[in-house]
Design a protein around this ligand. Structure first.
Ligand code: ARE
Length: 572
């Protein structure tokens, strides 16, 4: 076990390790860089001294040539998955996220609650072409992409609250809702205005109140890396009485990264509708998150009181057309959010490893593509990131889950946003057509450490290929709402709400071999064990007596996991 003595300038640390240990380190993070300080052997313990400024640390030992990690149940080699960590509590992610199951909604495609607001055929031009009004039954097309509209709106979501409650979700992540000419709304025209086809600002204030009264939290998509080419800072259509970035010349107004000519601005990924913001300019920082009416603060404040931000392409935000100053800017956003609402939840969109951002004070969590989505696709669907074919055994899968966790402080592990699909990916049901494996996927999503986030429609096994096919309108009325998968999602979500160990417990793999995986979530004496096979069935030994909360069956000595099946047990 560990001891900690706190002095004004330093901390004394003492940790017990197995007798065969040859080396010990305390691993710290300073400004995102990992540093190792050697520990010294003193009898059965290893001791060390750290300056007080190092607030995040964990222990690593070399035992008989192998790396072991110190975690809450002592020292273990199998799973470097959870570590005691002494982070400043005020930097920890907000507590409320643990009790939440998120649901992601792409607003235009969810439900049309107020047809009077819907975009009309040819109402305006987008990228030189008239916009399209589509029928709910039609599939989105690549040809029309961002300029086809289905009429989903805020009112539609409000009308669906009973549905959300039956499903059991209690938090929403909404794709962008601010004024923008496209259907995806990542090209913001006005950060302070709800898109008129979704509702008014006043409607939104009322809508937020309704959501909160129904105990539903709401996180908005913050698209702060770039703006839209119709934003006033660009003044592309010259409707404002100043020279915007599009006219060039007026450097005070160069909010975007910009060269001398009117079109010499940098678009995200080269896309001209998404001019990259330049945080080099103090005014950009101030308008985005500094001043009282800055975008970040405006929506967290009354009368809207949103609960947090999902930060679009957050690792790319920066100065001079690059990611320069990224962590400092994100930390500014995080602080502004916390100052405005001390319990706001800030998570970034990371396709790759987000460790550096998740050490406190920068982001609370990330969309966990790297540490959950891609490994899970690999294990269940045999494909990876960018749809590469992959062979991922249970051993590989366990290794990837735990390795990714091992560098995160426990509070951040709990705030990772796990997902099986999103508006940017092929849908899980398309990647993984086998209904039994889909059920395993759902079980993993709802029992893995972190916050589950269900992409609308995944709960009925909605199919969808690459963007825009993965953004089909929700097929209300489909028999799939009475189907097996939907029932299974409801059961799992309920279980998640009942079991604190699933919400806040540590994660540890107990068995990983070929097609078989067994892991536990533990919180104090509470233990939830998840046992699954993507292939043949198997018998797993049990110590003591366990309850299957789904079937109410008791199990002693052993339990049978059916072929392509999953069993969830609770210690009694
Ligand atoms: C549109 C078209 C696409 C076309 C693209 C480029 O719909 O079919 O390929 O233009 O011409 C938003 C819209 C998109 C739109 C895009 C540009 O939602 O529909 O695409 O703007 O107008 C990578 C990034 C990741 C990023 C995705 C899109 O790493 O951060 O690309 N995600 C965010 C949002 C998006 C949003 C933007 C960024 C821009 O979540 O919705 O796009 O604000 C593989 C790759 C990933 C890649 C991912 C998805 O997994 O490995 O790197 O993510 O596919 O493409």
């Amino acid at each position: 076990m560990h001891f900690l003595e706190v002095h004004p300038e330093h901390l004394n640390i003492k940790v017990e390790a197995p007798p065969e240990t040859t080396h010990g380190w305390v691993v710290t993070y300073l400004g995102g860089d990992e540093q190792q300080t050697p520990l010294h052997k003193e009898g059965p313990c290893w001791t060390g001294r750290l300056p007080r400024s190092n607030l995040h640390y964990r222990f690593r030992f070399l035992v008989q040539g192998k790396v072991w990690w110190y975690n809450q149940s002592g020292v273990s080699s199998t799973s470097p998955a959870f570590h005691t960590d002494f982070k400043h509590t005020e930097q920890a992610p907000p507590e409320w996220v643990h009790g939440r199951v998120f649901y992601q909604i792409f607003v235009d495609r969810f439900k049309n609650g107020n047809p009077a607001l819907s975009v009309r055929e040819g109402e305006y031009l987008y990228e030189g072409h008239p916009v399209k009004a589509r029928r709910w039954e039609d599939s989105p097309t690549r040809e029309h992409g961002a300029r086809e509209f289905y009429g989903g709106d805020l009112e539609g979501i409000r009308q669906s609250v009973p549905y959300l409650k039956t499903l059991g979700v209690n938090a929403l992540y909404l794709n962008p809702i601010f004024e923008s000419p496209s259907s995806h709304k990542y090209d913001t025209q006005d950060y302070h205005r709800i898109d008129p086809h979704f509702g008014t600002n006043q409607d939104f204030a009322r809508w937020m109140k309704d959501m909160h009264e129904n105990d539903i939290r709401v996180v908005l998509d913050g698209v702060f890396n770039h703006t839209g080419d119709r934003h006033m800072w660009m003044n592309r259509e010259q409707v404002y009485g100043f020279r915007g970035a599009h006219q060039g010349g007026d450097t005070r107004r160069h909010y975007t990264y910009h060269g001398p000519g009117p079109d010499d601005y940098l678009g995200w990924a080269g896309i001209k509708t998404l001019p990259k913001l330049d945080y080099q300019h103090p005014e950009v920082r101030s308008k985005m998150y500094g001043q009282r009416h800055s975008v970040v603060r405006y929506w967290l404040n009354p009368p809207y009181n949103v609960d947090g931000w999902r930060l679009d392409v957050s690792p790319m935000i920066g100065k001079n057309g690059t990611d320069e100053g990224n962590q400092e800017i994100l930390s500014g956003i995080w602080q502004a959010a916390r100052e405005t609402r001390p319990d706001s939840f800030i998570f970034g969109e990371h396709v790759f490893d987000a460790t550096r951002w998740l050490q406190g004070g920068v982001e609370d969590g990330s969309m966990n593509y790297h540490g959950f989505t891609h490994p899970t696709w690999g294990f269940l669907a045999g494909v990876e990131h960018r749809m590469q074919p992959a062979q991922v055994t249970a051993e590989d899968y366990a290794q990837r889950l735990t390795t990714s966790l091992s560098s995160l402080p426990h509070p951040h592990q709990l705030a990772q946003v796990n997902l099986l699909s999103s508006h940017d990916t092929v849908r899980f049901a398309t990647l993984c057509p086998d209904p039994d494996l889909q059920k395993i996927g759902a079980a993993l999503l709802l029992t893995f450490i972190g916050v589950p986030c269900i992409y609308y429609g995944d709960e009925i096994g909605l199919q969808g290929g690459e963007d825009p096919d993965c953004r089909k309108p929700m097929p209300w009325g489909s028999p799939a709402f009475q189907g097996d998968l939907h029932r299974w999602y409801r059961t799992l979500i309920q279980l998640r709400h009942q079991e604190q160990a699933l919400q806040r417990g540590a994660f540890q793999v107990l068995h990983a071999q070929g097609d078989e995986l067994v892991f536990e979530r533990r919180l104090g004496p509470e233990r939830i064990r998840v046992l699954l096979s993507r292939g043949e069935g198997f018998l797993s030994p049990l110590e003591g007596q366990w309850l299957d909360p789904v079937t109410s069956q008791l199990h002693r000595k052993q339990v049978r996991i059916p072929s392509k099946g999953v069993v969830i047990l609770k210690s009694t």
